[in-house]
Design a protein around this ligand. Structure first.
Ligand code: FPP
Length: 249
């Protein structure tokens, strides 16, 4: 089936988030090292980003490295950081040619120096691009993000800058890493795992979730379109009943 052709162009999610999973298992099945899986996964990053740009998804957030990933063997962590630095450095031109802007979420201050430098350079060089925004979640933990937001808000309250009544969804949103970015309408996880794994816990409150058995290195544009196609067949009710959604205002 050609899913791209079937998409309703006026119902494309503005923000799609992806948990890229299964690089290690994909490599193991092929008798290869885990890092080969991650390196091949970069191809799928390109596929997902191109697909997102083609159908005008405004924000694409990719879970590239969690705070828990530091617990992996040192060689794998070092390999992932090298891959990240090299990929960003090699892709800046292509990001600019495709009008893609790069942003990050997560505690990027704790990433290795080379990584921070490369990311800052890419963020600066792509800052005026107006197409899809690629948001890389790096050294990211949703619980940590929420904890930091609570601390910021508590400090503002303590200093008398806000009243208790000022604490609403909007204020919380403004204190998350994703301040200014709309919540994802769709979250995709590859590799058959059916978990959220500390990813965008606040932001995914009303997202449609799409789980596919495809390992990340095998993820292609059609898999991305398929997820959007299935999203478009779902009824998003936000706690209401179906009939309410069709009532004239
Ligand atoms: C999950 O697979 C994947 C990761 C932890 C890293 C994802 C990184 C990339 C695709 C490459 C770099 C990314 C960018 C944006 C340049 P896993 O290792 O958990 O697989 P497993 O569950 O099969 O072990």
């Amino acid at each position: 089936m050609n899913y791209k052709e079937k998409l309703e162009t006026d119902n494309i999610p503005e923000h799609v988030a992806i948990i890229m999973d299964g690089n290690g298992r994909w490599a193991k099945e092929k008798g290869e090292m885990r890092l080969f899986g991650h390196a091949t996964g970069v191809e799928s990053v390109r596929e997902a980003l191109t697909a997102a740009s083609e159908v005008k998804v405004k924000y694409l957030t990719l879970y590239a490295f969690s705070t828990e990933n530091w617990n992996r063997p040192k060689a794998e962590v070092d390999g992932l950081m090298d891959l990240l630095v090299n990929t960003i450095a090699n892709e800046i031109e292509s990001l600019n040619n495709n009008d893609v802007r790069l942003l990050t979420i997560g505690n990027t201050n704790d990433l290795p120096e080379s990584c921070r430098v490369e990311l800052l350079r890419a963020i600066e060089k792509t800052k005026d691009n107006k197409g899809t925004v690629l948001v890389l979640a790096l050294n990211y933990s949703a619980k940590l993000e929420i904890k930091q937001a609570i601390k910021n808000i508590a400090t503002k309250y303590k200093n008398g800058d806000i009243e208790l009544e000022d604490i609403d969804d909007e204020l919380i949103h403004q204190n998350l890493y994703t301040a200014g970015i709309p919540d994802p309408e769709l979250m995709i996880r590859t590799s058959g795992e059916i978990r959220i794994s500390n990813f965008l816990l606040w932001q995914l409150a009303y997202s449609e979730l799409h789980f596919t058995p495809v390992f990340w290195p095998d993820f292609k544009k059609e898999d991305f379109y398929r997820a959007i196609y299935e999203y478009q067949t779902r009824e998003r009710r936000f706690g209401m009943i179906g009939e309410q959604l069709n009532e004239p205002e």
